[in-house]
Design a protein around this ligand. Structure first.
Ligand SMILES: Nc1ncnc2c1ncn2[C@@H]1O[C@H](COP(=O)(O)OP(=O)(O)OP(=O)(O)O)[C@@H](O)[C@H]1O
Length: 616
């Protein structure tokens, strides 16, 4: 128990506040100010302290969807949770991580106390926001926006008097609250170091956000105490084109600024100068003349001031989860052994990208990759396209005939996309080619030996097509020896991570970023069009975004992420469409009507841009 608020004074305060019904009267310092403010907020909401709080725990399914949305937060917090866990085990506590609303995502720690804590619903899936659960460390820290300890009777609800809790909000580098970390134990035990431990852990977690989001960028680390530079207690400020774009609380405090300085304050308004980016400690003064120790990490000076550094080369390439990567690696071995591979997955799940990846990783990488979309080529042309023809084979045939795509894939990979749409007659011809390993062009030419690896893809259920008689069973057996099944985006773990990584890959401007909340909402959406649809939306958001103003949830169509993750296309798709067209218009305007330039910026074809804007 904290020395400055004895159980007796808290009891007296409760009596005065709850029994004598004097919520507006100061309690003469019987409880700390933030606790009194919180009691007053709760009383104003009509919460009854003597009753049990109304709890509506999430179902296991809902909880798992929400924890998945917060995968990045959980990942970045894991090392601190684990080290606090060791402490919690010894002191009979639990470590708790919540989202920004106070919903418990994880609770780890001493089993005895965890069982008692569960009696007051201190467990995953339960909301500990102040408006529902009264004064408590998590909820009140989130409302007050700072670390807070709530001991025993300081909790609003009587049954929570068995708890002693210390919590601190976790902020991202843009000042957005993304969650809270809490250490809770029995009220009877003295946990005087708990708040300090939680504070330190949160400072470390917030540093980790910087390490991940701003690796290789201009990060200024600062402290008034030289010995604290390089520790979790150092301040952090990030500058872009000499303007402050991200910070932690300590960093802002040290230069006398607040969150409104982001995107607005220039380096020379906050500090006498920026030190050289040499990783050395420099002594300088802040804007008000107070001494500080600073270290600037990041790109060399010539790229630092005034000029936006050219974007660092990003890690490109498809995003596949470990399971799919393993399936692709096995597919490569199949290809080496001349076994055809079938790639299955809904539209936009990356079937063609997977096929290209298999080609890239195989010993056929030096050979061609020939892709044919069996659904897109007219039935009348597909035979000649694939098998080629001799000169004069039919009216309109090219003078010297045509080799055909099967022969063009010689030494490489032939990728037959939408194989389920291949006409039956051609299926027989393809089967013969696969058996004989030779192609006879239309018009009676001599058969030619072919050597290609076959990859096929489909979003359809080929076995159902076989049963319906529209797909040959023998061809099915021939092409489906080994199958790579690509899951829909909504079934993948760490979708927030995927959203961020795809954003990094698609948006060639590091000044444009997404807030945590925005990434989480995007991650929670169902995306019936999978990666293709998500990529389109991210491009649209990027076109609407402003430098140094992270894209916030408010910029998303309201339906995104609020509907449960489901397979069915939702009404949001029409809004997404509108958002896309709006983004196209704005980009075209920004490019002075230059369609080619606008299309390049959006990463789409000119023809697509024309079609969407002028023939909508
Ligand atoms: N794993 C991935 N990582 C990154 N981007 C992806 C991934 N999968 C798909 N995409 C994006 O989605 C677009 C569509 O991918 P792709 O054509 O490979 O999908 P598909 O499953 O073959 O689609 P369809 O069935 O409609 O032909 C790509 O251009 C790319 O922008």
């Amino acid at each position: 128990m904290r020395p400055d608020a004895s159980p007796r004074s808290v009891l007296a305060a409760r009596k005065q506040f709850f029994q004598h019904g004097r919520p507006d009267r100061p309690l003469d310092g019987l409880v700390p100010e933030p606790i009194l403010r919180s009691w007053q907020r709760c009383a104003a909401r009509g919460l009854d302290n003597a009753a049990l709080p109304r709890l509506e725990p999430l179902t296991a399914h809902e909880l798992s969807a929400i924890t998945e949305r917060h995968e990045r937060l959980r990942r970045l917090c894991r090392p601190e949770i684990e080290s606090l866990y060791a402490d919690a085990m010894q002191t009979g506590c639990v470590v708790i991580l919540t989202d920004a609303d106070g919903l418990i995502l994880d609770a780890l720690g001493n089993a005895d106390f965890a069982a008692r804590a569960a009696q007051v619903a201190l467990r995953p899936g339960v909301m500990w926001g102040e408006s529902s659960t009264g004064t408590n460390a998590v909820g009140t820290a989130l409302v007050e926006g700072r670390p807070i300890a709530v001991h025993g009777g300081e909790h609003y609800y009587d049954p929570h008097g068995i708890l002693s809790c210390s919590a601190a909000p976790i902020l991202d580098p843009y000042g957005q609250t993304v969650g809270a970390l809490d250490l809770s134990g029995p009220a009877a035990v003295d946990h005087r170091h708990a708040l300090g431990l939680v504070r330190l852990a949160v400072a470390q977690i917030e540093h980790r956000f910087f390490d991940e989001d701003f690796a290789g960028r201009r990060i200024l680390r600062l402290q008034a105490d030289r010995a604290l530079l390089g520790t979790a207690r150092e301040g952090v400020l990030v500058f872009e084109e000499d303007r402050l774009v991200a910070a932690n609380r300590a960093g802002l405090g040290l230069v006398g600024a607040d969150w409104s300085a982001l995107g607005a304050a220039r380096a020379d308004e906050l500090l006498e100068r920026l030190p050289r980016a040499d990783g050395q400690t420099h002594a300088l003064r802040d804007g008000a003349g107070r001494p500080l120790f600073c270290r600037l990490d990041g790109p060399p000076p010539s790229r630092m001031i005034g000029v936006l550094a050219p974007p660092a080369r990003r890690e490109q390439g498809p995003l596949f989860a470990p399971t799919e990567r393993e399936a692709i690696a096995r597919a490569v071995r199949m290809v080496e052994a001349d076994v055809p591979v079938l790639i299955r997955g809904e539209t936009g799940t990356g079937k063609e990208l997977a096929a290209r990846e298999i080609h890239r990783l195989s010993t056929r990488a030096g050979g061609p990759f020939v892709a044919v979309n069996c659904a897109a080529v007219p039935e009348t042309l597909i035979e000649s396209e694939l098998f080629g023809y001799e000169e004069g084979a039919f009216t309109g045939a090219r003078r010297h005939g045509r080799k055909g795509l099967l022969r063009e894939a010689q030494g490489g990979v032939l990728f037959l996309d939408e194989i389920g749409d291949m006409p039956l007659s051609l299926q027989s011809r393809l089967l013969r080619v696969l058996q004989d390993r030779e192609v006879a062009p239309l018009g009676g030419g001599r058969p030619v030996k072919v050597d290609f690896a076959l990859l096929c893809a489909t979003h359809r259920d080929l076995t159902a097509l076989v049963e319906a008689g529209s797909f040959r069973q023998d061809l099915y057996f021939r092409i489906a020896h080994y199958t790579v099944a690509l899951p829909p985006l909504r079934a993948l773990p760490d979708r927030a991570g995927i959203v961020r990584e795809l954003w990094r890959q698609l948006v060639d401007d590091e000044r444009l970023t997404l807030t945590e909340g925005c990434a989480a909402r995007l991650a929670g959406h169902g995306w019936p069009g999978n990666f293709r649809q998500l990529a389109g939306t991210l491009r649209a958001l990027a076109a609407l975004a402003e430098p140094y103003r992270p894209v916030e949830e408010a910029m998303l169509p309201p339906e995104i992420g609020t509907a449960p993750v489901s397979a069915s296309p939702s009404a949001s798709d029409t809004t997404l469409d509108a958002l896309t067209v709006e983004a196209m218009r704005r980009t075209l305007e920004a490019c002075g009507g230059n369609v080619s330039l606008a299309a390049r910026r959006l990463g789409i074809n000119r023809s697509t841009l024309y079609r969407r804007l002028f023939h909508a």
